[in-house]
Design a protein around this ligand. Structure first.
Ligand SMILES: [Zn+2]
Length: 261
């Protein structure tokens, strides 16, 4: 099986402060966003990976491309292919293992992901000098209340404090993911489409945290090719790749489409 090297570069500005609530409890906050050794906020690669997988599953389903149903291990590949239900997909012809496109990219309990995700680290935006950056508070406390779902009133004793990335921090978050994907299956296009679909990251969805500025065209670049000479994918490559994906993994009963050429 031939493989192609795929690299995703992110350089992200947030419209609202992100919050990855996996940091330690501190004296002043019930939950804190994750920090690196220098005390600067980061977005862990595992959080990026989980979010991206979710979006790739969404895209795959929209394209009627079969993919398994995590996170329960017995519903994930390769077991997914051994069910005898009518909607179970046909394994890729000649393919040595039975894995859906999402598991081929992100792994399953029985298949290691070929991609490695680095943490997104934060750096000063262009135009912010290093002294100013050093002096900035990178995180801020934010109070919230717990609502009682039935009475729709504030629950007693339910004030909580979280430490998020500071609002309006003049920062750009940079990170990457890379690895060798099985070639000629359209997987890199699914990866790209999933990355384009991400509009927010981290916890605090209902409180509006972690929205990404998607008007910034430089925030995402996906390159593929031989290692060291990858070329950025454009929208044409994306479209062609998604067609390939449907051709290889699409459910068979899609009678229209597929024979457009
Ligand atoms: Zn799967």
């Amino acid at each position: 099986m031939s493989r192609v090297h795929a690299v995703i570069h992110w350089s992200v500005h947030f419209l609202s402060p992100p919050f990855i609530g996996a940091g330690p409890t501190t004296a002043d906050a019930d939950r804190a966003t994750v920090l690196d050794a220098a005390g600067d906020p980061i977005i862990p690669g595992s959080s990026v990976k989980g979010r991206l997988r979710h979006h790739c599953e969404r895209i795959a389903r929209a394209l009627k491309v079969a993919c398994c149903e995590g996170p329960q291990a017995d519903m994930m590949c390769p077991h997914y292919y051994f069910r005898s239900s009518e909607d179970a997909p046909t394994p890729v012809a000649g393919y040595e293992h039975f894995f859906c496109p999402v598991c081929l990219i992100f792994g399953s309990p029985w298949l290691a992901s070929p991609l490695h995700f680095s943490d997104w680290s934060c750096a000063a935006e262009v135009g912010v000098d290093s002294d100013t950056w050093q002096a900035l508070e990178k995180t801020a406390l934010r109070t919230g209340i717990g609502m009682n779902r039935y009475t729709r009133t504030v629950q007693e004793q339910r004030l909580f404090v979280t430490r998020t990335v500071a609002p309006a921090l003049p920062a750009v978050f940079k990170g990457r993911a890379q690895g060798f994907l099985p070639a000629d299956l359209g997987l890199e296009a699914l990866l790209y489409a999933g990355a384009l679909d991400i509009c927010r990251i981290g916890g605090g969805n209902s409180r509006g945290l972690g929205w990404i500025d998607r008007a910034d065209d430089n925030s995402l670049r996906v390159s593929v090719g031989e290692k060291g000479s990858e070329q950025p994918m454009d929208r044409d490559a994306l479209g062609a790749g998604l067609e390939k994906l449907q051709e290889v993994f699409g459910t068979q009963n899609s009678s229209d489409g597929g024979d457009a050429e």
